[in-house]
Design a protein around this ligand. Structure first.
Ligand code: HPA
Length: 267
């Protein structure tokens, strides 16, 4: 039996066997949303092979149950490439999500803004991404499934539903391109100027490998950034992990409001 089938069996034994419809992976400072799920909560350390999600500001639990009338699996924390140098760090959790029946994964992250009109506290739907790191979680995969088309990686229909939910809630939802920078050091001002020239609107250290893995597994992907700072060199705002954690709640409150509305309106 594969590891993901085994873990999905263990989760179903606790949370019930009804298929999950959506997965949510929560970024820095956003992990509390796992606590809003009406269902079962399992710490990652009870799920053998799950990342230990050792970055402060994350909540390393899996919550499976009801959120706004939808059956969801919420991952309160993620592992990043910069923790251990493995871009496929989130492969097992995503395989388990697929095994639980999910059709789509909704990813959230904290990010720096490259647009003056998108200040700290804003939220941005990802229309697309730039893999600025050049890393790929599918390197080493041997099946032809590794040649994943990425033309509509950020699902247009889900994005339209997200924007409709934001409008209905009166919350401003920006849209733009996210660049994945490996981290854990932040970018230099010259790197920010370079990625702005390449077409990026926001920058962060996650999400892109998960979108690639989700598409590889045949799940749709929707990703949203909570802007926690202006990117390096764009303002004299402090940049650092403490600042990210302190500012994440500003966007997180809006993000939670919009995501709840979206789930409620999904029918
Ligand atoms: N750069 C990279 N990752 C981030 C940033 C940033 O400015 N802010 C939050 N996560």
């Amino acid at each position: 039996m594969s590891k993901s089938v085994e873990l999905a069996g263990l989760i179903k034994a606790q949370a019930g066997a009804d298929p999950v419809r959506y997965g949510l992976i929560l970024g820095s400072g956003l992990g509390h949303i796992a606590g809003a799920v009406d269902g079962v909560t399992i710490p990652y350390d009870k799920l053998s092979g799950f990342p230990h999600a050792g970055v402060s500001g994350h909540n390393p639990v899996l919550a499976v149950g009801d959120l706004e009338g939808q059956r969801v699996a919420v991952f309160g924390g993620r592992a990043h490439y910069y923790e251990r140098g493995n871009p496929g760090e989130m492969r097992l959790p995503l395989e388990v999500l697929k095994e639980l029946g999910a059709e789509a994964v909704i990813l959230t992250n904290a990010a720096g803004s490259l647009r003056a009109e998108m200040p700290t506290g804003s939220i941005m739907a990802l229309s697309d991404h730039i893999n600025f790191s050049g890393l790929n979680p599918l390197i080493g995969e041997t099946t032809d499934a590794r040649f994943v088309p990425m033309g509509d990686a950020h699902d247009p229909e889900l994005r339209a539903k997200l924007h409709a939910a934001a409008r209905a809630e009166g919350v401003e939802m920006h849209e733009g391109v996210y660049a994945w920078y490996s981290g854990p050091s932040f970018e230099t001002p010259a790197e920010i100027r370079a990625i702005r020239t390449l077409g990026a609107d926001a920058v962060g250290m996650s999400t892109v490998p998960e979108v690639i893995l989700a598409r590889f597994m045949g799940m749709k992907a929707l990703a949203i950034s909570a802007i926690t700072n202006m990117a390096a060199g764009m303002s004299d705002e402090n940049i650092g992990h403490e600042h990210t954690k302190a500012m994440a709640p500003l966007g997180a409150a809006k993000l939670e409001q919009v995501l709840r509305r979206m789930l409620r309106d999904m029918g």
